[in-house]
Design a protein around this ligand. Sequence first.
Ligand code: ADP
Length: 162
Amino acid sequence: MKIGVYPGSFDPITYGHIDVVKRALKVFDKVIILVSTNPNKNTLFTKDERIDMIEKTLESCLDKIQIETSAELTVHRAKTLGATHIVRGLRALTDFEYEFQMTHANRVLDKSIDSIFFMTDNKYSFLSSTTVKEIAQFNGNLETFVPEYVIRKLHEKVMKTA
Ligand code: ADP
C-alpha cells in the first residue's frame, strides 16, 4: 500500500488543503493527515477542534485518509507510519523557497522519505488559513474559501475571543 503523509497546522482546514488531499488520493492508496501540535506555534483552534473540522469536511473520503498528530520531525513520524512520501501543497510563488529548504533538510535527515508537491486549482492558489482567520475577524464572506462547517466554527471562535 502506497502511503503519503500530509503535514500541516490546518488552523483551520481550507478548500486549498482539501484540494491537495483529493489530488494526493489519486496517487496514494492512503493519505495520513498529520496535524502539527508544535507548542511554539500559536493556533486559533485546539488540536481536537482542528481534527474535528478535518473529519467533518473530508467525510466523503474517510476510508482513504487517516488523521494523526505530530510533535516530532515529520520524516521520523512518516517513517513510523509506513509512508514513502511527504505531501505538500504549492501556492503561487510564496511557498517555493520554504518548501525547497524543507525538502533538502528532510533528505539529509532521511533520504528514504521523499517529498511530493501538488498545485491546487488556481482559485485556491492565494488562499491560506491566515487569510481565512483575518476575514472571519471582520465578518467577511468565507463561502469560497472554507466549507460551511468551518465557517460556523470560525464564527463561534471569533465571537468567543472578541
Ligand atoms: P504549515 O503550518 O505547515 O504551513 P498549513 O496548514 O498552513 O501548515 O499548510 C499545510 C500544507 O498545505 C503546506 O504545504 C501548504 O503549502 C499547503 N497549503 C495550504 N493552503 C494551500 C492552498 N490554498 N493551496 C495549496 N496548498 C496549500
